[in-house]
Design a protein around this ligand. Structure first.
Ligand code: C2E
Ligand code: MG
Ligand code: MG
Ligand code: MG
Length: 290
């Protein structure tokens, strides 16, 4: 509900109201202004290796802070941006900002070039011919090697236009870019996607991780997903780990990588300096692994 917030009489919107309001206003205009007025930022969430606790990379997550609406969740504004087409500009902004940050991190920290920065891509942007065409130039501008980034796509990006998706994936892979399948196990999940497309890694959806240790059927399902992926030479990241017990079970299940609030919450780059310094010095053997 809307609350009057002290003297300034700022209205505080809750998620539901924001979502309702966004349906009534000109979101296309709002999102274009968001880019122009610097309302967007990227947060970065660490991803670690489960076998030794090593930092392996980050996922870039888009944040929108509007002066009137406040922080709008990407789960709310990304679908709207996809519907009105502004996702192309938003996506372009995301890649440029992520590349600028990656370049800065590589200059600041030795060893950062061994990490992988994961970037989410909407199906619309993924299948956009112009984006793909301009991509080598974008990498060049910021001195980015393909092996330093991963593109996270969901199954919706690949199932509707299979032939095109296979071509796009192969094109990205020519540059050495890693292809990760996000939210695996939800939506249109099909084991056949793991065979038909050149996927390097699947991200097991948080909804499964939540039930680990609670429900033995889920434990077995997650184990089966991991075994299946490994048999195909595909790695696994577990998303949304919030508890030590979940991380332990995933470690036993031989899951490769872990991401979640239990390890670290997404944060702006400026707040990650110490975290990166500590983890990179540890992986050089100055500190013992966890
Ligand atoms: P996603 O790609 O599956 O990202 C993971 C989401 O889980 C993020 O939500 C992250 O903040 C959240 N998360 C991470 N660890 C935990 C945990 O331990 N517990 C819980 N409860 N949540 C956790 P976020 O940042 O709100 O993003 C939501 C979705 O919005 C993303 O899901 C992705 O689909 C989309 N998105 C975010 N940034 C971008 C972007 O730059 N481009 C595109 N196209 N989509 C984006
Ligand atoms: Mg993702
Ligand atoms: Mg995900
Ligand atoms: Mg998701």
């Amino acid at each position: 509900r809307a609350k009057l917030n002290g003297k300034n009489c700022h209205i505080v919107f809750d998620e539901e109201m924001r979502s309702q309001l966004l349906k009534q206003v000109d979101t296309e205009k709002l999102l274009r202004q968001a880019i122009e007025n610097d309302e967007l930022t990227l947060y970065y969430q660490p991803i670690i290796s489960l076998s030794d606790g090593r930092l392996t990379g980050f996922e870039a997550l888009l944040r929108w802070n509007n002066p009137i609406l406040g922080n709008v969740s990407p789960d709310v504004f990304i679908p709207l941006a996809e519907a009105n087409g502004t996702i192309i500009q938003l996506g372009q902004w995301v890649f440029e900002s992520a590349f600028i940050q990656l370049k800065a991190w590589k200059e600041e920290f030795t060893g950062f070039d061994n990490l992988v920065l994961s970037i989410n891509m909407s199906p619309v942007q993924f299948l956009d011919k112009l984006f793909l065409k301009n991509f080598p130039k974008l990498m060049d501008t910021y001195n980015i090697k393909g092996s330093e980034i991963a593109i996270e796509i969901t199954e919706t990006a690949i199932i509707h236009k299979k032939a095109l998706a296979i071509k796009v994936i192969n094109d990205f892979k020519k540059y050495g870019i890693h292809i990760h399948l996000d939210d695996f196990g939800t939506g249109y999940s099909s084991i056949s996607h793991l065979v038909g497309f050149q996927i390097d890694l699947i991200k097991i959806d948080r909804s499964f991780i939540e039930l680990l240790g609670v429900n033995s059927k889920e434990d077995k399902l997650v184990q089966a997903i991991i075994n299946f992926a490994h048999n195909l030479g595909i790695k696994c990241t577990a998303e949304g780990i919030e508890e030590a017990a979940q991380q332990r079970l995933l470690s036993i299940a031989n899951c490769d990588y872990a991401q979640g609030y239990f390890i670290a919450k997404p944060a702006p780059a400026s707040q990650l300096t110490e975290f990166i310094r500590e983890h990179l010095s540890r992986s050089k053997g100055l500190l013992p692994p966890e």
